[in-house]
Design a protein around this ligand. Sequence first.
Ligand code: NAD
Length: 280
Amino acid sequence: MAQIIDGKAISAAIKEELKEKVEKLKEEGTQICLAVIQVGSDPASSVYVGNKKKACAYIGIDSLAYELPEETTQEELLNLIDELNEKEEVNGILVQLPLPKHINEDRIIQAIDPKKDVDGFHPQNVGLLCIGQSGFVSCTPAGIIQLLKRSGIEIAGRECVIIGRSNIVGKPMALLLLRENGTVTIAHSKTKNLQEVTKRADILVVAVGKPKMITREYVKEGAVVIDVGIHRNENNKLCGDVDYDDVAPICSAITPVPGGVGPMTIAMLMYNCVEAGTKR
Ligand code: NAD
């Protein structure tokens, strides 16, 4: 039977650790504060923003919410970011993506002070990760490293294959697994003979954005399978990029959807906020 990697339990443990740390910091006179900006009222974004605010409240981090109308201009958003960059009491700035089409996301990400970039998307933080120096790391892949480590799964020397090369998941995932001394391959939409590549994996991370695409034909017996995908199926139930029922019986460990990678993203965002309030 595959080990089911319990992202709910692991994220809860991380949140407890952070809560204790934040309490101690408060006693020493340090209050951590995250500014969350949402432009427009996309329902999925509103849910994500709401969950982030809830996590802040639970851990003891102050959160400032900026709910801006859809027609906010790029310049107005840049002005707000400048203001928050200057505010000493604000440790982290998060702009919920996606932004409305008239706003250039890259331009916005680059405007955030890298020391407050708790999403880890700023090119300076991506560059630091690339050269193995400390900086903020994108929350979802950072959470996956925690899932592996806290489940006792060895990374060093193992074949790691990632399906997907996005800036938010696939690429930073590859760099983090490399940092942990894995032998790393990135597969993507132009990869030839995908099944041959993925079957080499001892650790297979799937961030392809296609519901239940990965069946057992893609997976080596005994592999560890990490499913990043989140989708709603025809019955409005959550499912991942991996066909869980088909794959789970042949692997050594697997993350479920929901309750696997998902809860880790917010836990690591909280981790980055605490880092922002202490180290930098
Ligand atoms: P994306 O769409 O930016 O990237 C998908 C990647 O998959 C691309 O690099 C593409 O090259 C590759 N790809 C597409 N079709 C392929 C195919 N047939 N064969 C091989 N490769 C293929 O997606 P993303 O932002 O990296 O997210 C991936 C999934 O993870 C989505 O389902 C998303 O909702 C989910 N996600 C979850 C979390 C979380 O917190 N759990 C966070 C971010 C993203």
